[in-house]
Design a protein around this ligand. Structure first.
Ligand code: CU
Length: 493
């Protein structure tokens, strides 16, 4: 993982703005304006350090690395490798996805408005791919639309994209093969303005939201499903998502990016925010209105900003109920309360469990009803609609005051629909330890039992706690080498 300081050095070296990076530390870059005013002015500050306060802070993508780059003259050169990846969504749940450079979503790319950028894309997939730069105003032959602006990149092949970027905002890159998108092939592409937007944010985060249908007995998502059981923020489901850490009083931006089959209403607890940007870039301040839920539609991005003026560990999550859960079918209903499920052929057939191979494998076609041949048309159309039912729907009148008193804790099983949220205290506590990391320091005991799917925390912390967690994180990262460019053979003519 490249450190923030490393990123800044690269960013600035690339932008060619400053000869020396000594003049501003990561701390100075992140200090809130209020905090800076309280600190006595240090001697030795020069023009550069004053100007540095006008630079945007680098974006953090929790659980996802930044893509490193190198300078080739005045060109920032990146190297993306489209490849199969093993993505651990929660501890023990490793899914076979397709992504870039070892993760899905792929690493985050950060550039500055005006940069000349070269991105070498290698295809290590067994089928053709093409890289589309979503919303980029680039020459047509750089658009990455297969069959139109270019031929697809063959397996083992390479395509070199190069363009100058004059936009700013929250963009993304993705494969332009539809079903490859459903396998995870997307990544954030942040275009920073040369000068930070006002009011300047102290913390800036990016979250890519994705969804997968991973059927029982399979590690490969069924890219044809319309209902999803694994919902992710940056390739992790709660409680494995890494919280967003901010100091009390800081101004925060969160950039949400969605590429999947659903639109996600993302909700923040404890604060009102304003929407300051879309996939088209910064929005004029006259459009900002308060809210606490933002619908991030498919192929859209939304930037929200707020002042973290309310201390606490605030949930940030998609509010679709099924998207706040993991592996929904095994969480709900009477079966979820059995210590061990009775095994048998009946369940396998009933749930359409693939036996070997993925849901997209040929042997599983008939059992999952995805035959596309003439035979499928012979199936009889059926409907469960009440309108077609022989018995008309009956209205039930609730007895109201005559309702007998029930001790629900003793008679839970007599309540139709029970259980919906079946948990046991033991596993809950154990899960806290399983997902332990510096960023989770001090969370409420048992917290992890209530986090699933597209859920994380915005932790608005006292400065001391924030600093303590940063120290813990530094300790944990000590000795880990920083990210290098992937090796490649490439000649510049
Ligand atoms: Cu959702």
């Amino acid at each position: 993982m490249s450190s923030r300081r490393g990123f800044l050095q690269n960013l600035l070296a690339g932008a060619g703005l400053f000869a020396s990076t000594k003049v501003f530390s990561a701390q100075e870059m992140n200090a809130s304006p209020a905090k800076q005013q309280m600190q006595p002015k240090r001697s030795g500050q020069n023009e550069a350090s004053k100007r540095a306060h006008g630079l945007p802070v680098p974006v953090q993508t929790p659980d996802i690395r930044d893509l490193p780059f190198r300078m080739d003259g005045n060109v920032k050169e990146f190297h993306l490798i489209a490849e199969p990846v093993k993505q651990e969504i929660v501890p023990g749940q490793v899914v076979d996805l397709w992504g870039y450079n070892g993760s899905a979503p792929g690493p985050t790319i950060q550039i500055t408005q005006g940069d000349r950028v070269r991105i070498i894309v290698d295809n290590h997939l067994p089928e053709p791919t093409a890289m589309h730069w979503h919303g980029f105003e680039v020459p047509y032959d750089m658009d990455g639309s297969p069959g139109a602006s270019q031929d697809p990149i063959a397996p083992g092949g390479r395509f070199v994209y190069e363009f100058t970027l004059n936009q700013q905002g929250t963009y993304f890159y993705h494969s332009h093969m539809a079903m490859q998108e459903m396998m995870g092939m997307i990544g954030a592409f942040i275009m920073h303005p040369k000068e930070a937007h006002a009011p300047r944010v102290d913390q800036d985060f990016a979250i890519v939201v994705q969804e997968y249908a991973v059927l029982p007995n399979s590690s490969v998502p069924n890219s044809m499903n319309m209902e999803f059981n694994w919902l992710t923020f940056n390739g992790k489901s709660g409680p494995a998502t890494t919280p967003l850490l901010v100091r009390h009083g800081e101004r925060v931006r969160i950039r949400l990016i969605n590429l999947g089959m659903d639109h996600h209403p993302i909700h923040l607890h404890g604060h009102q925010f304003v929407v300051t940007g879309t996939e088209g870039g910064r929005q004029p301040e006259s459009t900002w209105g308060p809210g606490n839920t933002i619908l991030v539609g498919v192929a859209q991005s939304r930037d929200v900003e707020f002042v973290a003026n309310n201390p606490g560990d605030w949930m940030l999550h998609c509010h679709l109920p099924h998207h706040m859960m993991n592996q929904m079918s095994s969480n709900v209903g009477p079966l979820s309360r059995r210590a061990a499920l009775p095994a048998g052929e009946g369940m396998e057939q009933g749930m359409g469990m693939p036996r070997g191979g993925s849901a997209t494998a040929p042997d599983n076609g008939p059992s999952l009803g995805r035959g596309m041949g003439g035979g499928s048309a012979a199936e009889k159309a059926t409907s469960n609609s009440p309108l077609n039912s022989a018995t008309p729907m009956q209205h039930q009148h609730t007895p109201g005051p005559q309702m007998p008193a029930v001790d629900v804790s003793k008679n839970a099983n007599s309540v139709p629909g029970f259980p919906q949220d079946a948990f046991m205290e033991g596993p809950r506590m154990a899960m806290d330890a399983m997902v332990d990391k510096p960023e989770n320091y001090g969370l409420h005991p048992g917290w992890s039992g209530f986090m699933g799917g597209m859920m994380t925390f915005v932790r608005v912390l006292p400065p001391e706690t924030y600093d303590h967690i940063m120290q813990l994180r530094q300790k944990q990262n000590a000795g880990k080498s920083t990210e290098q460019m992937p090796a490649m053979e490439h000649n510049h003519e």
